[in-house]
Write a protein that binds this ligand. Structure first.
Ligand code: SF4
Ligand code: SF4
Length: 311
């Protein structure tokens, strides 16, 4: 099985999250047209491949599901025997009803909830639509402190079988979280500690470059989104570099989309075929006995001074 992470030139998004890791751009008509043509070429290439061979993830710079060419490609691919699973990252801003035309056994959504862009009630309605359609999905949020209340409410309103992942927020430094906050976030997402602080990746084993490849709109292949060296081109008969195991050349690999492919970490075993959609094989959330809808507030600087004075 070969996993392909397709990231085309589409970069626009209908949301405007201030913490967005990608430079937000507008796609003009020509860019969208080219993106659609490149995606069609990728789909066409897959048509000629052996059956049961591919696990796919669309991982755009922006939002893909507001674009018809991505919705159509996902519906088509979900019916092909070449494709074991096709997943897509999305902000789930639009109704997922279009997925009624897809094969629910093969399609999955990696959804992000952005509470400053959309109300929780509407987001949950769209999640319910996904459930009614029988489409596998995971839901996630960025672990910013001002979102903790929304995170707790979302966790309690989602079905226990739905995994709510939390992406660690690193923009304000690695010491952003208190110990109590780390523990609380770990009660919501059992893999949060690894997202917050994955072990150093330099020299670590990683199946990208062998069983997982990143593909861009031109068909250029890289081992992952984070290592720029081009291994070859999907549309050329021979790869410049053969697919083989390679140790990671980067010091850190913080994103799930990267470190999920490290066999020394637990993701491949826990997520199996759902690894690309970030969906664990088995998941059941239960509020811990000491569950609080927010972590204890960190001590204020002034109370720290008082303690220092007192002792
Ligand atoms: S929804 Fe995602 S891609 Fe769009 S602005 Fe927010 S973080 Fe960026
Ligand atoms: S560990 Fe991360 S950065 Fe390193 S090769 Fe794997 S996916 Fe790429």
């Amino acid at each position: 099985m070969l996993s392909l992470l397709y990231r085309g030139r589409l970069a626009s998004c209908n949301y405007d999250c201030p913490y967005c890791p990608f430079a937000k751009r507008k796609d003009d008509r020509a860019t969208l047209k080219q993106d659609a043509a490149e995606l069609a070429r990728f789909v066409d290439w897959l048509r000629g491949q052996p059956e049961g061979r591919f696990n796919l993830l669309f991982t755009p710079w922006g939002e893909a599901l507001t674009r018809r060419h991505y919705r159509d490609a996902i519906i088509t691919l979900s019916h092909w025997p070449q494709v074991a699973r096709v997943a897509v990252q999305t902000n789930l801003s639009n109704s997922p009803q279009w997925l009624a035309a897809a094969n629910p056994d093969r399609v999955s959504l990696w959804c992000s909830f952005h509470p400053e862009e959309t109300p929780r009630a509407g987001f949950l309605q769209r999640v319910q639509q996904l459930q009614a359609l029988g489409v596998r999905h995971s839901i996630g949020m960025v672990g910013i402190r001002r979102f903790f209340g929304e995170m707790a409410a979302l966790r309690q309103q989602l079905p226990p079988g739905t995994y709510l992942w939390i992406n660690a927020y690193h923009d304000e430094g690695r010491r952003y979280y208190s110990a109590a906050e780390l523990a609380w976030l770990g009660q919501i997402d059992p893999w949060f500690a690894l997202n917050h602080q994955a072990p150093p990746s330099l020299g670590a084993p990683c199946v990208t470059g062998e069983r997982v490849l990143s593909v861009d709109g031109n068909g250029d292949i890289r081992r992952c989104h984070f290592v720029p060296a081009v291994l070859g081109n999907l549309y050329q008969p021979a790869l410049a570099n053969p697919l083989q195991t390679r140790a990671c050349p980067n010091r850190r690999c913080d994103c799930y989309i990267g470190h999920a492919h490290r066999p020394d970490l637990p993701f491949q075993q826990a997520f199996g075929l759902g690894t690309l959609g970030r969906i664990p094989e088995v998941f059941h959330w239960q509020a811990p006995a000491d569950w609080q809808p927010a972590p204890p507030a960190p001590p204020s600087p002034s109370s720290r001074v008082i303690r220092l004075v007192a002792y």
